[in-house]
Write a new protein. Sequence first.
Length: 380
Amino acid sequence: MSRMILLNPGPANTTATVKQALQVDDICPREKAFGEVLLRVRAGLTKVVHAGSDYSTVMFCGSGTAGVEAAICSTVPPAGRLLVVDNGSYGARMQQIAAAYGIPHDSLTLGVGTRPDVAAIDAQLASGRYTQLAVVHHETSTGMLNPVQQLATAAHARGCEVIVDAMSSYAGIPIDIAELGADWLVSSSNKCIQGMAGLSFVIGRCARLAELPVFPGRSYYLNMVQQHRYLEAHGQMQFTPPVQVVYALDQALREYFAEGAVARHARYMDNFRVMDDGIRQLGFRRLMTEDVLSRILTAYLEPDHPNYDFERFHDALYTRGFTIYPGKGALHNTFRLANMGAIDASNMRDFVTAVATVLEELQLAPLYSAAVPPEGACGN
Ligand SMILES: *Cc1c(COP(=O)(O)O)cnc(C)c1O
């Protein structure tokens, strides 16, 4: 079977064994046997971020955004106030979620790809108005890794909890939840953990989950308190789970722990190096400065050559077995390449070869005119 190599930021490539795990006997998810799988998956998800038994994971059927929404609408009290750090599309999404529920909030709209100024954010937190701070760990719209640890230290000093959207860093970059300073950490089944799409989850302290009340006027379905209580009491999810996706995630977790957190990160870093060296040797420039790169996803400046068109570039690579991704929200036109998933350096070498061929085929040299900014136009 020839395999499409996915360089979009999730759903990422999965192993053959994870795909096979989808094919299980039909089972009612209210059976004890399925409950055991759920509880094993829950424990595995918690363990990925080195959280002890004082933490738990609340799972929801839904894409990653469902988990972010659950974390925001279940934790910010009606009399509280949320501060959102927005330096990209996913930061902006957290503000939109707060607005959709009418949750009291302020958003620090820094501009896409702008490095958060910890001192300025600390000054804002000093007003003492905030009960929660929300920040994206890896801002997938630009490939920037945000300084979550420093922001969390500042927030905690002001008595403020921290909600971290770690969607595209979880299981790709080693995380210790306590060290990172995340009180609520959100991710999904289909990015660096290399499972199938359909499950989102929030990791937090059991004690906080136990004491959180249900706030009126918030989501009925995406309620962390109810969902947690239900699984604790019945060993089942409150509503129908994506049964086969849970089996696949169980297998993906087994493979994650077999590979090891450090080895997975090292493989992703190898993927990045081969991809990034190759692409830049062909003349492409990165959007962000070197020191803020996640190395899980990278945004490259789009060529302004008259023959360039994203769709044509994408289609020529798609025909050769590679899926690339358009840019999102950045000040400069970009396309994005992720190096997460069940792929390795040899796939990346093949990709660079395919790009070289496509550049010739589409006659794209030189890629840039003098009007295009130099490498690292953002992130300063
Ligand atoms: C992928 C992603 C999400 C979730 O997107 P869904 O389409 O809902 O899965 C949220 N935040 C970040 C940073 C992401 O990379």
